[in-house]
Design a protein around this ligand. Structure first.
Ligand SMILES: [Zn+2]
Ligand SMILES: [Zn+2]
Length: 347
C-alpha cells in the first residue's frame, strides 16, 4: 500500500509498504481521510530523532472498517469511524477516571500513551491497523471533516472543557492563534458557551476572515494589544486565555491579559518559556491565575465532539489534497499557505 513514512531523521517519503496485519483487539481501516498537522511538519524538519524510524505519519484518521479481529465485538465491517489519538490501557486509575490522556500504564510523566503517526504507525496510508478501543463511530460525517476532529477539533475541545467552570455567560475569552486549532476553538466557544470571544493573531487575513465570528479581533504583535484586551474587560482581563501558539511572546501576552483567578490553557507547542514569579509585588501573573498544558483530549471529549459535529453546528476551514499531494500539502502548511487545516482525501 502507499504510505507517507519517515525513513530516518529529515527523510519523509511517499513509499510502498506492506498492508498491516491486525492482532487481537484491532480492526483494519481503509483510510478515507487523514489530517495534516503542524506536528507533522515538526517531525519532518526535526534534526533530532523525534519518532521511531519507519513510522507512518498521520494522527488524524477517518476510515472504514474492512477487517476485524475475532475478539472485537462492538464494530462491524463497513462502519465509518474516527480514531482517538490516545491509545491508552483503559484499566488504570486515570483511564477509569476518564483521563485516558494521562494513562499510567501506557504513558509516563513526560510522554503520552502511544499515538498513531507519532510513536506507532498512523493514517497517512491506504490502510491502518488500530485498536478498537480507540474508535469513535462517525457515520454520516464527511470523512474530510471527520478526520480533523481527533486533533484539530479535540485539542481545543479538551482545553475548553478544562476551563468550563470559568466559561459562564458574561465571561471573556481570548484565543491567541487562529489557525486550524484556533478556528475550531472559536467555533466551539460560540456553540458551547455564552462567552465574549477576542481573537488575536499576527496575520491580518486570518483576523479579517474570523471577525464576524468574534466580538473583537486584534493583532497579537501590536504593542498595544494587552491594553486593548484590558480595555474591553473593564481592566480585569480575560477569564480564560487559550494560547494555541505557545511561544515565549504569546505566553507573556497570555499572562498580561488574564484576569485574577483566570485560566491560561496552553496546548500550543512552540518552545515558549513562561515567567513565574512569587514576590508580593509581582505583576507577572495576577493572584489566583493558573496555567496548564492540556494534552490531546479524553475519549469522552471525542465522543462529545463527534456528536456535536453531527448536528452540523460547527464548521472547519479545510483544504483537501490527494494522497499523491501529501508532501506538497506539508510544504504548503510549512509555508503558511493553509488557512485552516489541510487534509489528505483518499480516493
Ligand atoms: Zn496534531
Ligand atoms: Zn490507562
Amino acid at each position: 500500500m502507499r504510505a507517507i513514512q519517515l525513513k530516518g531523521i529529515g527523510d519523509l517519503v511517499q513509499t510502498e509498504v506492506p498492508k498491516p496485519n491486525i492482532v487481537a483487539g484491532q480492526v483494519l481501516l481503509r483510510v478515507t481521510a487523514a489530517g495534516i498537522c503542524q506536528t507533522d511538519v515538526h517531525i519532518r524538519r526535526s534534526t533530532k530523532r523525534m519518532i521511531p524510524d519507519g513510522t507512518i505519519l498521520g494522527h488524524e484518521i477517518a476510515g472504514e472498517i474492512v477487517d476485524i479481529a475475532d475478539d472485537v465485538q462492538r464494530f462491524s465491517i463497513g462502519d465509518q469511524v474516527v480514531v482517538h489519538p490516545v491509545w491508552s490501557c483503559g484499566i488504570c486509575r486515570m483511564c477509569v477516571a476518564g483521563q485516558e490522556n494521562a494513562c499510567r500504564n501506557t504513558g509516563g510523566r513526560f510522554y503520552p500513551p502511544p499515538t498513531p503517526g507519532v510513536s506507532v504507525n498512523g493514517g497517512m496510508a491506504e490502510y491502518a491497523a488500530v485498536p478498537s478501543s480507540a474508535l469513535v463511530p462517525a457515520a454520516g460525517l464527511d470523512p474530510v471533516f471527520a478526520a480533523v476532529l481527533p486533533d484539530a477539533g479535540l485539542v481545543p475541545y479538551h482545553s475548553i472543557e478544562a476551563a468550563k467552570d470559568l466559561l459562564r455567560p458574561g465571561a471573556t475569552v481570548v484565543v491567541i492563534g487562529i489557525g486550524g486549532l484556533g478556528q475550531f476553538a472559536i467555533e466551539l466557544l460560540r456553540e458551547l458557551t455564552g462567552a465574549t470571544v477576542i481573537a488575536l493573531d499576527i496575520k491580518d487575513d486570518l483576523l479579517a476572515a474570523i471577525k464576524d465570528k468574534v466580538s473583537y479581533a486584534f493583532r497579537s504583535d501590536d504593542p498595544a494589544v494587552a491594553a486593548q484586551v484590558l480595555k474591553v474587560t473593564e481592566g480585569y482581563g480575560a477569564d480564560v486565555v487559550f494560547d494555541i501558539v505557545g511561544n515565549t511572546a504569546t505566553l507573556a501576552l497570555a499572562a498580561a491579559v488574564v484576569a485574577p483567578y483566570g485560566a491560561i490553557r496552553a496546548p500550543g507547542l512552540s518552545n515558549g518559556v513562561f515567567q513565574f514569579e512569587t514576590n508580593q509585588l509581582s505583576t507577572s501573573l495576577p493572584w489566583g491565575a493558573s496555567i496548564t498544558r492540556p494534552y490531546s483530549g479524553t475519549h469522552k471529549n471525542l465522543h462529545d465532539l463527534v456528536a456535536l459535529a453531527k448536528t452540523g453546528r460547527i464548521r472547519a476551514n479545510l483544504t483537501p489534497y490527494t494522497f499523491d499531494q501529501a508532501l506538497l500539502a506539508l510544504d504548503d502548511l510549512e509555508a503558511g499557505k493553509i488557512n485552516g487545516r489541510a487534509v489528505i482525501k483518499m480516493s
